[in-house]
Every structure is written in structure tokens, then in C-alpha cells.
Design a protein around this ligand. Structure first.
Ligand code: DHB
Length: 311
């Protein structure tokens, strides 16, 4: 069975990978992803300098998913660039995604200049949608700021790049954001980041469950699958065909992956459920996906990718 997926000129053995933030902050975690069945991996969103992030508890599993307000804890940009350079040197036929999330536009430009002048051959992900740094709005909800940063980036940046978007909930916003993204030579857009600033509460203790921002945090897991699929579909149908879509949100099993692919995703990421099960989840989900494809008589993902039917 052919499970290959592509972003730009890169081909991956299968469409599965981690969602940035999950299992990808420490070298040991990235090593485990490398050894797993995932088609590739993405590193924790980096800032120019290392950060401790928000106070704990800051990630909690809840019945239908997770809530988090990590606050960008990471080992600093140089660590993830070095890790990625080592990976490509040790595995010349493979590449990974390198995620960056500056605290301001200048941070992002500084990191992108370093990537541009490095030997990095993989794909950069510019995260425009971190909801968890107090006082910092999500860039992806400010359409002018999104267009401005992309204009500044493409004045110099020559390497493959995609953007991680927040979820949108309105057709006018799908239309406006897609029109902006179509102006740039992006390789992909990643839909979606967590649904920002939800509030999960514990009825027994009558309190919030995470400490930062008085309990408000990004929601992931089953709660967000319909929103994720809607965003994948909305951007797949609006973006120029050379811009791929990566699907992220609510993936727990092979059926969820199949649905993201049907909506048009090239790669499909797993976050909350990866945090729960660990990297062996990729074996299970891949075999579930293959079972569904076999039942339906599909030999390759390209047989059904994007072909969601109307009624
Ligand atoms: C964090 C959360 C995100 O959703 C994101 O895109 C980047 C960082 C965080 O809290 O660390």
C-alpha cells in the first residue's frame, strides 16, 4: 500500500507526524520520534533564547482532550536548528520541520535569517498562532500583521516555509486569510493550532485546572476535530494548488486521519493523543488507516485525498 505524501518537493513515507509542542522539546523526545513510525517530525516552537514557560500545572488531560498554557518553554532556537542539521546529516534522504514562534516580528526575522544562511534543507514552520503568552495576541487573528510579517519574510527568505494558523470560524475570515496567503510562495499552511483560550473547570473543587492565565488555555483533542476539519477543508478549497495543507486537530485513530486526508490534508499531525500514548501511537494509527483504505479498496492516499463528497 502506498502511503506517501508530499509537501513541495519533499516526499514522506507516510502522512503522520507529531503536532508541534508535543513530544518534541527535549533531544530524547525528538530521538524517539525519529525512531517511531511517523513519516517525519516537527520541533517545539522556538524563540531566539531558551524559555522556562508558564508556571505549572500548565498541561492537563481532560475527558475529551486537553487544555494547555505552556507559554513557549523551549531550549532556544540554536538547539533546534543544530538538532535538525544533525538529523539531515545522519539521514541524507530525510528532513524534518523546524518550528519558530518569536515573541515579536523581529524575533521571527532574526531566526529566519539564521535559517536562510544555514545549511538547513528541511521545512521551516512559522507559527502565527500561539495563544499562551500573556499580553501577546495571536498574529493569525490580525490579518494586516500577518500580511506584513510575510511581506518582510519574503524580502529575503529563500527556503521552504509554511505557516501554522489558528482556527477560524467565519467564511469571511477563511476568504480573507486565504487571499493573503495566496500572495506568497508558501509551501503549506497548517490547520489548526489549539482552539485558544478555552476554560475547563473542575466542578468538585470549583476551580480552574491550569495555573497560567487563571485557567484559560488552548484546547486540543476530540473537542476540536470538527473545527480542524472545517479549517483544512476551507483552506484546501481556497488556496492555490501549490500550497499544501497540513491537518492537525482531534486525531486519535486511523479514521480521524482518513477524514483529514479526505478534507485535503497532505500531512496529518497528532498532539493530545500522542502526549497520552507516546510515539508508539504511530504504529497503531498507521495500521488503522491501512485497514480503512483496504476496506474501501484504496491503494494510495492520492486515490481519495481531498475528494470529500457533497450531498
Ligand atoms: C505554545 C502553545 C501553542 O499552541 C503554540 O502554537 C506555541 C506554543 C505554548 O504554550 O508553549
Amino acid at each position: 500500500m502506498n502511503l506517501t505524501s508530499r509537501i513541495s518537493n519533499f516526499e514522506f513515507e507516510n502522512p503522520l507526524m507529531n503536532a508541534s509542542g508535543v513530544w518534541c522539546k527535549e533531544a530524547e523526545q525528538l530521538d524517539e520520534l525519529k525512531r517511531s513510525q511517523a513519516g517525519t517530525f516537527v520541533t517545539k516552537s522556538a524563540t531566539p533564547q531558551q524559555r522556562e514557560g508558564n508556571p505549572s500545572p500548565r498541561y492537563v488531560e481532560v475527558p475529551l482532550g486537553s487544555i494547555n498554557s505552556m507559554g513557549l518553554p523551549n531550549k532556544g532556537f540554536d538547539f533546534y536548528l543544530d538538532y535538525s542539521l544533525r538529523y539531515q546529516n545522519e539521514n541524507p534522504e530525510k528532513i524534518n520541520f523546524l518550528s519558530i514562534a518569536g515573541m515579536c516580528a523581529d524575533d521571527n526575522l532574526e531566526m529566519l535569517k539564521k535559517i536562510d544562511s544555514s545549511d538547513f534543507k528541511g521545512i521551516t514552520e512559522l507559527n502565527l498562532s500561539c495563544p499562551n503568552v500573556p499580553g501577546k495576541p495571536q498574529v493569525g487573528y490580525d490579518f494586516e500583521a500577518t500580511e506584513k510579517i510575510l511581506s518582510q519574510v519574503y524580502e529575503f527568505f529563500q527556503k521552504p516555509m509554511g505557516v501554522k494558523l489558528p482556527p477560524y470560524f467565519d467564511f469571511a475570515h477563511f476568504d480573507q486569510m486565504a487571499a493573503i496567503l495566496n500572495k506568497f510562495p508558501l509551501q503549506y499552511v497548517n490547520c489548526i493550532n489549539s482552539v485558544g483560550n478555552g476554560l475547563y473547570i473542575d466542578t468538585d473543587s470549583e476551580s480552574v485546572v491550569i495555573k497560567p492565565k487563571d485557567g484559560f488555555g488552548g484546547i486540543g483533542g476530540a473537542y476540536v476535530k470538527p473545527t480542524a476539519l472545517a479549517n483544512v477543508r476551507a483552506f484546501y478549497t481556497r488556496l492555490d494548488s501549490q500550497i499544501a495543507v497540513i491537518g492537525c486537530g482531534g486525531v486519535e485513530n486511523g479514521r480521524d486521519v482518513f477524514e483529514h486526508l479526505l478534507c485535503g490534508a497532505q500531512m496529518v499531525q497528532i498532539g493530545t493523543q500522542l502526549a497520552k500514548e507516546g510515539p508508539q501511537i504511530f504504529d497503531r494509527v498507521l495500521s488503522e488507516l491501512q485497514t480503512i483504505m483496504k476496506e474501501k479498496g484504496y491503494n494510495s492516499i492520492d486515490d481519495f485525498r481531498g475528494k470529500l463528497k457533497s450531498i
